[in-house]
Design a protein around this ligand. Structure first.
Ligand SMILES: [Zn+2]
Ligand SMILES: [Zn+2]
Length: 142
């Protein structure tokens, strides 16, 4: 089975929000920004950016929008019943979702390939040795 055929089923803790992802999960990123630390209970967030066209969601999500550090809006989405952070929507990338890998089965996400916003990480946050670290966000390829 190729990556393109992979279907992954994710959900929040209570199951009210269901997420179906086709095409594989892609790169796992560790985000150490201060907002993720607040939302995630102190640790970094483990996330993957995917095409919206590869995602089907069911169930209502709560939304909380903040100005991102890059100026565009960042809308953090979560289950209004159990509070699980499910994904974020970035104004700058309207055709992408940033999914929290925790909604998928344990062990289904790859180990983090990059770490971002490490400038706000406490020194006790785990960062796998040797992965590229970005003090803020990675600079998009031109
Ligand atoms: Zn829920
Ligand atoms: Zn973050």
């Amino acid at each position: 089975m190729s990556d393109e055929d992979q279907i992954q089923q994710g959900q929040c803790l209570c199951g009210a929000v269901q997420v179906t992802l086709s095409g594989g999960m892609g790169l796992t990123m560790q985000c150490h920004c201060s907002e993720c630390q607040t939302v995630m209970g102190g640790g970094p967030a483990y996330i993957t950016m995917v095409d919206r066209s590869a995602v089907t969601m069911s169930g209502e999500v709560g939304r909380y929008t903040v100005k991102g550090n890059s100026g565009g809006d960042v809308t953090r989405c979560f289950c209004p019943v159990c509070g699980t952070p499910t994904h974020s929507e970035l104004e700058k990338y309207p055709d992408k979702y940033v999914l929290k890998v925790g909604i998928f089965a344990p062990q289904s996400a790859a180990a983090p390939a990059i770490a971002i916003w490490t400038g706000s990480a406490p020194d006790w946050h785990p960062i796998p040795e040797g992965i590229p670290c970005f003090v803020q966000r990675p600079v998009p390829r031109a």
